[in-house]
Write a protein that binds this ligand. Structure first.
Ligand code: GAP
Length: 536
């Protein structure tokens, strides 16, 4: 599948629209349309149900070291600014950017790549934002233009080595920027904090500055004591949260994959330090299986353990769940979720102040005079185990997923094309979304074959019987073949059709989206039949 085909389907069928499109859109912001909102809700609800409400706290699930409890929170988007100072986001949550003095465009340093090439006695680095084969084409095109060569003279370009990241280049004077015509127009990389700043209150001074949260996790850490004190949860337990996060990404791109406003589904799982590696293993596998169970099986999904040098300074182990999105170069994967062993870093940061690593230890980051750079809350966030009579600071395992990235991956995986006979028996191209029934925005559509002979009345009764149980859709407009196609593109697993035979023997046809099999059932059995099939 080409990404353009999915983007066109999403627009055509109302899954996703650019935000404020009538004003030209706003880069990095997306709106979910009537079908998209149902799909994303289903992703969120599947996650909440599978991780929180359906979790059985009386039995240890396969692979878990013991039983555990799960609970939830819904915290504010704007929090006390000190939260972000202690968490490290204020000082460290940045990307490096480079600006182009000629085109006035801004790029993320690590997202520009290019190739060294020599021609007419000059050696230059041709840069592009494209990936894979597109990057090879783009760099050749730019190099030909720069050296004023025709395409048939492409053999005069002596390429030196493969595509490499701009981060590997020191001599910026030799770089031809992605949108530049001259050499040396890119600035040296500069830090750019990704948090959106806002003002709380009417005065508007720097002391009133606050931030839109860049992750939902911190709301959980700062409420750890509230949850322990107000419920009877005992370690090990997890707190889950779903909510919006905001990052002022320098180069939002690839549809919703890198947005500036997006939704996260995060769990902070608190456990005894001695058991934390076992819990890390459990969550790493448990979360991978969740995607497999919802249809992302196969080579396009992988679980990748981080190399030691990739780990942030507080993490003892991290694994990413990744998907081979179609907009990436062959062999490349994009992150859907990170599962991180965060030790006691977060709770200690909010007790003691922003931490930094010194040798093997995490210590409070101080100014030259020894005062903490960012003071913690001073509240005791340790945990007292009244059975073992032990007090300790829990370790945290954090499975952190993106609802938008998961939704996009499910859409990419579901996109299918095949050929099916139309009403006249002629083979025609069909596009359909093979979404897992739990995720499908509409579970069943009901059609009268024609708009007469009492068929609409029977179809409406069936529709009414389905409505309390599931999202159902009634459609009587146009040829029935076209109605099937529309539902195939929406990913609706079942269509029920009332036809002439219904009026004689009270049966209707049920059609399966994927196999196109059709079978007859009694009209009063529709709800039970669809419910049973949705459950598989
Ligand atoms: N609390 C840890 C944390 O926030 P992260 O890897 O920065 O970790 C977790 O983010 C997940 O959030 C990612 O795996 C991804 O699914 C999603 N995410 C992060 N940035 C995003 C963006 N700009 N657009 C869409 N989703 C994003």
């Amino acid at each position: 599948m080409e990404m353009e085909q999915l983007v066109a389907l999403c627009k055509r069928r109302g899954f996703l629209f650019p935000s404020s499109e009538i004003y030209g859109g706003l880069q990095g912001f997306w709106d979910y349309g009537p079908l998209g909102v149902e799909l994303k809700r289903n992703v969120r609800e599947a996650w909440w149900r599978d991780m929180v409400t359906a979790h059985d706290e009386l039995s240890a699930p396969p692979g878990a070291p013991s039983t555990y409890e799960m609970t939830g929170l819904d915290c504010t988007i704007i929090m006390h600014p000190q939260v972000w100072k202690c968490s490290g986001h204020y000082d460290l949550f940045h990307d490096y950017m480079v600006d182009c003095r000629e085109s006035k465009r801004r790029y993320r340093h690590d997202q520009v790549q290019g190739r060294w090439v020599e021609a007419k006695g000059e050696r230059i680095f041709v840069a592009t934002e494209a990936c894979g084969d597109e990057a090879l084409e783009a760099t050749e095109h730019k190099a030909l233009k720069f050296f004023n060569l025709r395409k048939k003279k492409a053999d005069q370009l002596a390429w030196q080595g493969p595509l490499v990241s701009l981060t590997a280049v020191d001599d910026f004077g030799a770089v031809l920027g992605p949108d530049a015509k001259r050499l040396g127009t890119l600035t040296e990389p500069r830090e750019f904090n990704l948090m959106f700043k806002t003002i709380v209150g009417a005065l508007g001074g720097e002391e009133d500055a606050a931030f839109l949260r860049p992750e939902t996790a911190q709301g959980i850490f700062v409420n750890f004591k509230n949850v322990v004190d107000s419920t009877r949860v005992k370690i090990p337990f997890g707190i889950a949260q779903i909510g919006k996060s905001f990052r002022n990404e320098i180069t939002p791109r690839n549809f919703t994959f890198r947005s500036r406003e997006f939704e996260q589904m995060e769990i902070e799982f608190f456990c005894h330090p001695h058991a934390s590696l076992e819990w890390y293993e459990y969550w790493r596998n448990r979360r991978y299986r969740w995607y497999v169970d919802l249809g992302l099986a196969g080579e396009r999904l992988r679980l990748r353990d981080h190399e030691p040098e990739e780990l942030p300074h507080y993490s003892l182990a991290t694994a990413d769940i990744e998907y081979a999105f179609p907009f990436l170069a062959d062999g490349d994967f994009g992150e859907l979720e990170g599962v991180a062993h965060r030790g006691d870093f977060d709770l200690r940061s909010h007790m003691e102040g922003k931490l930094m690593r010194r040798g093997d230890e995490l210590v409070v980051d101080t100014d030259e005079d020894g005062t903490p750079k960012h003071r913690g809350s001073g509240k005791d966030l340790s945990y007292y185990d009244d059975q073992s009579k032990e007090r300790f600071t829990p370790h945290v395992i954090e499975p952190s997923a993106g609802a938008d990235r998961a939704t996009l991956a499910f859409l990419c995986e579901a996109y299918r094309e095949d050929e099916v006979p139309d009403e006249k028996g002629k083979l025609t191209r069909r596009v359909f979304l093979k979404l897992h029934p739990r995720l499908a925005p509409i579970k069943a559509a009901v059609f009268p074959l024609v708009k007469k002979d009492g068929m609409p009345e029977v179809a409406r009764e069936i529709y009414k019987s389905l409505k309390p149980e599931m999202t159902a859709f009634y459609d009587e407009k146009g040829a029935v073949g076209r109605r099937y196609r529309r539902q195939d593109e929406a990913g609706t697993p079942f269509c029920i059709t009332v036809d002439g035979q219904t009026m004689q023997d009270g049966t209707v046809t049920v059609r399966d989206r994927d196999t196109l099999d059709q079978w007859r059932i009694k009209k009063e059995d529709c709800a039970a039949e669809i419910i049973a099939r949705l459950k598989g």
